[in-house]
Design a protein around this ligand. Structure first.
Ligand code: CTP
Ligand code: MG
Length: 231
């Protein structure tokens, strides 16, 4: 049983700001991308045999060199990403081996600190027969639906809402079908599967799998790393 991981890492990081692409920003002396690869690799029960990383065009070689020591025995492929996240995922999916892989993970480089248990839960659920799996956590804010003019339309019952994270896990044929279907406007890969009518299962996520998005998230990341290094 073998898993391939797609890591979209080609985003600009506009909300984070700064001089560099987000995946290359460093926390505790390593890039978010290195943390992300190491985090996946730590999930030994996931049997990761292949990493495919989508990076800003032009950075394929330098990233391959940087990541090589962390990939270990797993195969490492680095491809140029696209304009939007789904384009980057698709570019990576195109080179995932078609033989010998029973689970494909799609994991944001920006969710660099996901615990190994979460990765292993996702893979276990796919192997258990779920075609599409997402890690989820409860939402703590009250969420409102609003109109274009900002008026509140309604307030969905919070107990039925979750926030989803990555890695999202897929039976390989399902992910390929979802990306071949030409679905527009999906904000994650699970949503593409939903549009095809594929059932998507949730497993327990983690607060540590937060997405580094805004400057204050870097402070949180530094604190989390410092705590892990102590413990
Ligand atoms: N991503 C990608 N290709 C893109 C856009 C995003 O591979 N064209 C990746 C990012 O590198 C990130 C993940 O998708 O790992 C989640 O995207 P997000 O957090 O939105 O990152 P950015 O798009 O880089 O940030 P922003 O939206 O603030 O510019
Ligand atoms: Mg983005």
């Amino acid at each position: 049983m073998s898993t391939a991981a797609i890591i979209p890492a080609a985003g600009l990081g506009l909300r984070l700001g700064g001089e560099n692409y987000k995946a290359f920003r460093e926390v505790g002396g390593d890039s978010l991308l290195v943390h992300a690869v190491r985090g996946l690799k730590a999930a030994t029960a996931a049997d990761l045999v292949c990493f495919v990383v989508a990076v800003p065009p032009g950075f394929e070689e330098s990233v391959a060199k940087e990541l090589e020591p962390y990939a270990g025995a797993a195969r490492l492929l680095v491809v140029p990403g696209g304009a939007e996240r789904p384009d980057s995922v698709r570019a990576a999916l195109d080179v995932v081996p078609t033989e010998g892989i029973d689970c494909i993970l799609v994991h944001d480089a920006a969710r660099a600190f996901v615990p190994a248990e979460v990765v292993e839960r996702v893979v276990a659920a796919v192997r258990g027969g779920a075609p599409a799996v997402v890690p989820a956590v409860a939402v703590t804010d009250t969420i409102k639906r609003v109109s274009a003019t900002g008026e509140v339309v309604d307030t969905p019952d919070r107990s039925t809402l979750v926030a989803v994270q990555t890695p999202q896990g897929f039976e390989p044929g399902v992910l390929r079908r979802a990306h071949a279907a030409g679905i527009v406007g999906a904000t994650d890969d699970a949503m593409m599967c939903e549009r095809l009518g594929v059932p998507v299962m949730t497993v327990e996520g983690s607060q540590d799998a937060f997405k580094v998005t805004r400057p204050q998230d870097l402070l949180l990341a530094e604190a989390l790393l410092a705590e892990r290094r102590l413990g």
